[in-house]
Design a protein around this ligand. Structure first.
Ligand SMILES: [Zn+2]
Ligand SMILES: [Zn+2]
Length: 160
């Protein structure tokens, strides 16, 4: 998948990873491809050890572009055969100067806007829900069942 123009391309990432591999794991002949993932949003990067592929989250690095090298250093440790984030990983992270855990991504944008048919109170959600208005009734009440007013994604309001 092609990288957006504001972030380095996959060849550049592979070159950066290679330079780091030679520096920190000389003689280990670590050869991994580096790919952008547009879907990944739960982690900054993932190392597919058997497939010799490192995937970086485009969403994450679009928010934190300065973290690309940090993420590559982290995934390089996995590529060197240290899986998981136990004491060995933590020691290597210290040696390579990278973080063990990535920053949390800012919350996903809301997708749906619902409104109460009685009081017009608006509720924003990330997924489809079937709620009744909490302001009008503390219990489920069909009279105050929320009505879908907008789907922000279909309106172009959210990144995939
Ligand atoms: Zn990791
Ligand atoms: Zn209401």
């Amino acid at each position: 998948m092609a990288a957006p123009p504001t972030l380095p391309g996959e060849d550049e990432l592979a070159g950066l990873l290679q330079a780091l591999a030679v520096r920190y794991y000389p003689g280990a002949a670590i050869r991994f491809r580096v790919e952008w993932s547009r879907r990944m949003s739960r982690s900054a990067g993932l190392c597919y050890y058997r497939r010799k592929v490192i995937r970086l989250s485009w969403r994450y690095h679009a928010v934190f572009p300065a973290e690309i090298e940090n993420t590559l250093r982290h995934e390089l440790i996995h590529a060197a055969g240290i899986l998981g984030h136990g004491p060995r990983f933590v020691a290597e992270a210290r040696r390579l100067g990278c973080d063990v855990h990535a920053h949390p991504l800012p919350g996903r944008p809301w997708r749906y806007v619902y409104a109460c048919p009685a009081c017009d109170q608006q509720v924003r959600t990330r997924r489809r829900v079937d709620y009744s208005c909490g302001k009008c009734s503390r219990r489920w009440d069909a009279r105050y069942r929320l009505v879908l007013k907008a789907d922000l994604r279909s309106a172009g309001g959210e990144l995939p």
